[in-house]
Write a new protein. Structure first.
Lengths: 167, 213
């Protein structure tokens, strides 16, 4: 077999294998994008949960929502490209989403922790003020009642003396 | 008034004042505001940002614009997703209790704060609209079949500048005299218990009469 025919055979073999390689590369790039999308989606979901917790703890989350929505736009666009089969764009937008949301998520966790601490401090202060307030009311009420009762008895005694004096 | 009646009066007044003093602590444990209904609003607006002039007669090569809007009254921030779908009235037959079976073309994802409203413009158009087997650009209509038997197909939908290949066709509706399609918007909401999006039982759509010109 001449070197030319060998070269021809190898070329034919490579040409035959090319579609399989293309499919393989395409499949693997799809897998990579699927993974990137799943990660970005999970990060956004956990950010949403952190934002919810921060909100329930009393924090103002409107800034966080605005920042997160940029990441949401990127993720939505990534999914649209993914469905169209344009994995390069899908991957790019999933990456942009992850870049944006990473910072927002840590900010959300910080805000949540801060709000929880403030909430706990508020709770303690409210409890103290309530206990003090209730104690003051009860003591004042008891004292007022004792004073009133003494005066009432004196007043009733005076009145009965007047009545018996008259009779 | 005798002493017992005075005692009762003192007791009632003192306990009332004690309750007022305990309010800051009680408010953190007992919700004093009445339980309000939790719901999400979902609607479309026409190009003039009002509930009129919605696109109806549409054709290939034209672009139309509307606004998709949603309001959150769920009592906390919510994570929503809006799916945009296109098909005929059989493919997108809504009863609002289940999502359409067609795959979404476009989507929006958004966090919406409690009592906030979100809206986004949507521009859409159609390409490769043809009737029957003869590929008719509808500007040059030369139909060999009667209109009642004709099938009109749409191959591409353009939404916000992106072209989506679709497989949508419809027959002539003799009652309403037209080829009708639907552009639907489904609302999904992230369920923190399930850790995934769930259909939120809200669908709004545009009924579109494909005229071709």
């Amino acid at each position: 077999m001449t070197s030319w025919s060998k070269l021809l055979m190898v070329s034919a073999l490579l040409l035959f294998l090319l579609p399989f390689f293309t499919l393989l590369v395409s499949a693997s790039s799809e897998d990579v994008v699927t993974l990137a999308l799943t990660e970005a989606e999970e990060t956004l979901a956990s950010t949403h949960e952190a934002v919810l917790e921060a909100e329930q703890a009393g924090a103002n989350v409107s800034d966080l929502l605005d920042k997160s929505n940029l990441a949401n736009e990127y993720l939505a666009e990534a999914y649209v490209w993914y469905r169209l089969g344009v994995f390069e764009n899908a991957s790019r937008f999933a990456g942009l989403c992850s870049d944006v949301i990473g910072g927002v998520r840590s900010e959300a966790f910080e805000l949540r922790d801060e709000a929880k601490k403030l909430g706990e401090a508020d709770f303690v202060m409210n409890m103290i003020w309530s206990v003090v307030g209730v104690s003051v009311v009860l003591v004042s009420g008891s004292v007022a009642w004792l004073v009133f009762r003494r005066r009432y008895h004196r007043w009733v005694g005076l009145r009965s003396e007047v009545v018996s004096g008259e009779s | 008034m005798n002493l017992d009646e005075y005692r009762t009066l003192f007791l009632v007044v003192t306990l009332g004042l004690a309750l007022v003093a305990a309010y800051p602590a009680l408010a953190m444990v007992v919700p004093f505001t009445g339980a309000s209904e939790e719901f999400s609003e979902f609607w479309l607006l026409g190009p003039g940002h009002t509930a009129e002039d919605y696109p109806f007669n549409v054709g290939a090569g034209e672009m139309h614009s509307i606004f998709v809007c949603l309001g959150n009254h769920m009592g906390s921030s919510e994570y929503y997703m809006v799916y945009v779908k296109f098909g005929n009235s059989t493919q997108l037959d809504f009863d609002s209790s289940k999502p359409g079976s067609l795959p979404p073309l476009y989507e929006f994802r958004v966090f919406v704060g409690d009592e906030d409203v979100w809206e986004s413009p949507v521009t859409f158009g159609f390409q490769n609209v043809y009737i029957g087997d003869t590929v008719l650009i509808v500007d040059n209509v030369t139909m060999n079949v009667p209109i009642e038997d004709a099938v009109l197909s749409v191959d591409d939908v353009i939404i916000n500048g992106m072209v989506f290949p679709v497989d949508a066709s419809t027959t002539w509706d003799s009652e309403k005299s037209g080829f009708y399609f639907r552009l639907s918007f489904e609302l999904w909401r992230y369920d923190t218990m399930l850790k995934s999006f769930r259909f939120h039982n809200r669908v709004v759509w545009l009924q579109l009469n494909m005229t071709g010109s």
